[in-house]
Design a protein around this ligand. Structure first.
Ligand SMILES: NC(=O)c1ccc[n+]([C@@H]2O[C@H](COP(=O)([O-])OP(=O)(O)OC[C@H]3O[C@@H](n4cnc5c(N)ncnc54)[C@H](O)[C@@H]3O)[C@@H](O)[C@H]2O)c1
Length: 349
């Protein structure tokens, strides 16, 4: 019953049951560029435990850099919610034509239609990124609708084998939920690898072929995790699959530099999205079913910034999207093969 892992760890950090007062990315209507917030604001009275004396201010959810992606076409996988949704909005606001992809058809379509209703150019492709046909279609759509492909954010990912759209039912799903190796099922292992590794491979294969054919370079950003840079308790398939994302990112950076195609990854710790909410619910259900175990989930439970913040908040979607969009932009023109720790300092100690 050693089922204590990063999910427990980050669910705690993200406030599952802890009430950290952080909401998911706010609804995103179009507006003028908001000013960036102050870096930090003092808190009075001080934390009685001596931690979190300041509030580490999150940037505004709807901040953007006008015109940075004008005329460019960008694929965003996993666009229905969470960081993919936030990235699709921000890329569109910065001038990109955005092709969104998700296996949550209704939510994905709704997101892309909302962005289009705000005056931006979007298309939606429904499907599983671990299905080659989906990856072929998303690139074909970019070419048909917008004349080519300039950049791609391979963001779709899963933490366990339960389909992203399914409500939590631990008794029915327990064989698909994170588990230490001696208890893990092949179904859990295969499902996590299918999306996180095969999905990224197939996405890149089609994106790279198109970019090479065009001969005008490009930028690809894979979404990894701290789980791609370090071990985490209790979720071996997620950790191993995200290490594979680190590997394929580095390999592609080497292979495609001659085509001026840059390939990087971002690797975040707990970020306020539906994934983390689901993880918290699964951990709670697992605890209720199995009781506290001897796992190592409590060995490290938070990033530096979440620890230091007054509310011990996780990263916001906007904070992550800001780094993603920067790495896809020409501002990151000298970066390739980088596996950036967008993790509030988690991997620094
Ligand atoms: N939220 C975190 O704390 C956190 C931490 C580290 C890494 N990540 C990574 O960030 C990425 C985005 O996660 P999120 O937190 O926004 O999660 P999320 O579950 O809120 O959103 C992920 C989106 O990807 C879609 N998706 C998943 N598998 C798919 C597939 N096979 N085909 C098509 N669509 C698929 C889902 O339907 C969903 O819309 C993932 O790769 C995740 O592993 C998240």
């Amino acid at each position: 019953m050693i089922r204590r892992d990063i999910l427990k760890t980050i669910a705690a950090a993200a406030g599952a049951g802890g009430g950290l007062g952080v909401t998911q990315a706010a609804a995103q209507g179009d507006s003028p560029v908001p000013a960036l917030g102050d870096y930090a604001t003092p808190w009075d009275p001080p934390d009685p435990e001596g931690l979190g004396r300041m509030k580490v201010a999150p940037m505004p959810d709807d901040y953007f850099v006008p015109g940075r992606f004008a005329g460019k076409t960008v694929i965003v996988t996993g666009c229905a919610r969470g960081m993919g949704r936030g990235a699709a909005w921000r890329l569109a606001r910065e001038g990109a034509n955005v092709v969104g992809v998700d296996w949550l058809e209704e939510k994905g379509r709704e997101t892309m239609e909302e962005i289009a209703a705000a005056g931006h150019a979007t298309r939606f492709v429904a499907g599983d990124v671990a299905d080659d046909g989906t990856c072929a279609r998303m690139v074909e759509m970019s070419v048909e609708a917008f004349g080519g492909l300039d950049a791609a954010l391979n963001n779709a990912g899963v933490m366990d084998g339960v389909h992203s759209g399914e409500p939590i039912d631990y008794a029915a799903q327990k064989d698909l939920v994170f588990a230490s190796i001696h208890e893990a099922t092949e179904d859990y292992w295969d499902a996590v690898f299918r999306t996180n590794v095969k999905g990224v491979f197939l996405s890149m294969r089609h994106e790279l072929r198109q970019m090479m054919t065009q001969g005008r370079g490009g930028a690809i950003l894979n979404v990894g995790s701290i789980a791609g840079l370090t071990g985490l308790a209790g979720n071996p398939a997620y950790v191993a699959s995200k290490h594979a994302v680190t590997g394929i990112t580095r390999n592609a950076a080497v292979d495609y530099a001659p085509w001026a195609i840059r390939v990087n990854s971002v690797n975040m710790a707990a970020t306020d999205t539906p994934m983390i909410v689901r993880a918290g619910a699964l951990v709670a259900a697992q605890n209720a079913a199995a009781g506290p175990g001897p796992g190592m989930g409590r060995i490290k439970t938070t990033s530096i910034l979440a620890y230091a913040d007054q509310n011990h908040r996780p990263a916001t979607v906007a904070e992550q999207v800001s780094m993603m969009v920067y790495l896809l932009s020409p501002e990151a023109g000298n970066m390739t093969g980088a596996t950036i720790s967008t993790d509030g300092g988690w991997t620094a100690f």
